[in-house]
Design a protein around this ligand. Structure first.
Ligand code: SF4
Ligand code: SF4
Length: 68
């Protein structure tokens, strides 16, 4: 279940198209109140499909450190 990376959408550049949420095989992405994409870090497996799908190119894959 653990992955080395997780997807992080840039909410300032997100255009709320929903493409990422539609493609994610884990249903880890949703559009928060219709405003911008948010990720469920626990569900994301870091596959990168959403990153390749995003027309705004605003999703990055972040190393999973979880220091807290
Ligand atoms: S990296 Fe994969 S699992 Fe994670 S949010 Fe994107 S499409 Fe979903
Ligand atoms: S695909 Fe990109 S622009 Fe569209 S909702 Fe997802 S993060 Fe936002």
């Amino acid at each position: 279940m653990a992955s080395k990376r997780y997807a992080l959408p840039d909410r300032k550049r997100c255009v709320s198209c929903g493409a990422c949420a539609g493609e994610c095989p884990r249903n880890a992405l949703s559009i928060w109140r219709g405003c911008y994409a948010v990720v469920d870090k626990t569900a994301c497996v870091g596959c990168g499909i959403c990153q390749r799908t995003c027309p705004a190119n605003c999703i990055v894959l972040i190393p999973r450190e979880d220091p807290q």
